[in-house]
Design a protein around this ligand. Structure first.
Ligand SMILES: NC(=O)c1ccc[n+]([C@@H]2O[C@H](COP(=O)([O-])OP(=O)(O)OC[C@H]3O[C@@H](n4cnc5c(N)ncnc54)[C@H](OP(=O)(O)O)[C@@H]3O)[C@@H](O)[C@H]2O)c1
Length: 414
């Protein structure tokens, strides 16, 4: 490495306050520990999910995955005020003392935002191309953040750039939606899993049933929501499908969302009355929240519950705005209590799916993901490729300020 590394640093209390910090003293790097790899981020994406990592980081340990490095300038040393979150994408192996992982190969997974390499202690669980991180400071993380997929080097990989872009942009978001369709709303009862993945919590066949239901999907323009709507229609037997899938979005996002063709109707956050008839004629209404704006989830629930034979609320995402740690925690608990909302946990779902058979999971999930990419992904999404940390910072600001619409897929070569 010859140039000075830079990293993305956020003010923990307000993710709109960001800094691209140069680390002239970071080099040279210490010798690599045994059974470790040194990884440098090569391709990384940016979606609202990254903003979630900052907003809810205090609850899930996300600030601690890639800690402030020892070489951080004094201005940013205070870890109670400053921190780093991470993103999804590919990192290049620049050094390795693991014989099965050669220099030049890529790892797909949860990677740092910056050009400073990270060292990972790893083990190989045996399943094809799977790498698990064993670094002690990461063991309290949810397992999804410690699992990587070993991929070919950039030069060897025959996949088109759009496929690599889609992997980075939404493989993990699609996976959450895939598990919700396959396991939370399981049509095959042997596959049924509670939305959190917790075996001890009740989630009955009737909770999982969607046949003839009306599904209302909030923040329908988000990539995770679009993946869910897609899977409900394209990866589910016809006789287990919902009757109507209604998307709910902002006025700015509505034309794009409608044009994807993934929803039967796309309404606005204030249009709850327009959904009453569909809700009243279905055996069941399920509200699925990927990050509704304002109090839309509560107002829709109040409008539809009186005439619905049965109503359930499943939470996936939260409103996209900066909030302090206390406000986030309070808001999460309040909506869970007020709406009997059950929260999805992507990591818990994957863990339980893996227990049903790791090789089968890999094969089935990757096949579904491959079909989605081969069919062109989300109609209307344009991949916007940029290079370098300054471009990352500009896009971060644009997304946080609401200036980047759902039709733009943000990707960065670092
Ligand atoms: N629970 C889990 O395990 C899990 C797993 C995966 C994802 N998630 C969550 O799912 C949610 C969706 O993530 P994503 O990455 O798929 O989102 P995304 O594609 O970036 O879309 C987010 C949506 O939020 C709205 N939005 C965007 N910027 C905004 C802003 N600055 N202010 C207000 N609204 C804004 C827009 O919808 P409208 O214009 O239509 O309102 C946008 O389409 C996130 O909360 C993410 O963390 C949770």
């Amino acid at each position: 490495m010859d140039s000075v590394p830079t990293i993305h640093v956020l003010e923990k209390a307000d993710y709109t306050k960001q800094h691209i910090v140069s680390l002239p003293n970071a080099l040279s790097l210490p010798p690599l520990a045994p059974f470790s790899v040194r990884v440098k981020t090569s391709l990384i994406s940016l979606t609202a999910n990254n903003l979630t990592y900052a907003r809810v980081g205090h609850l899930f340990g996300w600030w601690d995955v890639h800690p402030l490095p020892p070489s951080i300038p004094d201005t940013f040393k205070d870890a109670s005020k400053y921190g780093r979150i991470s993103g999804w994408g590919y990192g290049e192996i620049i050094e390795s003392n693991v014989p099965e992982i050669q220099t030049g190969k890529q790892l797909f997974g949860y990677i740092p935002i910056g050009t400073l390499p990270v060292d990972l202690e790893v083990k190989l669980p045996g399943a094809k191309n799977q790498v698990l991180v064993t670094s002690p400071h990461r063991q309290r993380l949810l397992p999804i953040y410690n699992r990587y997929f070993l991929a070919l080097s950039k030069a060897e990989n025959p996949a088109p750039a759009t496929h690599l872009g889609y992997d980075s942009l939404m493989q993990v978001l699609f996976e959450t939606a895939y598990h919700m369709n396959r396991h939370v709303f399981a049509w095959d009862d042997t596959k049924r899993i509670h939305p959190t993945g917790a075996a001890a919590l009740p989630w009955s066949p009737s909770d999982a049933a969607l046949t003839d239901a009306t599904i209302v999907i909030f923040a329908a323009s988000s990539k995770t929501a679009l993946s869910f709507a897609h899977q409900l229609r394209h990866n589910r037997p016809a006789d287990a499908q919902p009757r109507t899938i209604i998307g709910v979005s902002s006025a700015a996002s509505q034309p794009f969302t409608d044009a994807t063709g993934f929803y039967d109707r796309v309404l606005l956050y204030a249009d709850q009355e327009a959904a009453r008839a569909a809700a009243a004629s279905s055996p069941k209404v399920v509200l699925v929240d990927f990050g509704a704006r304002g109090d839309a989830l509560a107002t829709w629930h109040a409008a539809l519950a009186p005439s619905a034979a049965q109503i359930a609320v499943v939470g996936v995402g939260g409103e996209v705005r900066p909030m302090g740690a206390e406000e986030v925690t309070r808001a999460r608990l309040a909506r869970e209590a007020a709406l009997s909302l059950v929260q999805v946990n992507a990591s818990g779902l994957r863990d339980k799916a893996l227990e049903m058979g790791e090789e089968a999971w890999l094969e089935e999930f990757l096949a579904a993901w491959g079909r989605f990419k081969d069919a062109g992904g989300v109609p209307g999404v344009e991949l916007r490729w940029a290079e370098g940390m300054e471009e990352w910072a500009k896009a971060w600001e644009g997304l946080a300020q609401g200036r980047i619409g759902p039709e733009t897929g943000l990707l960065f070569w670092l």
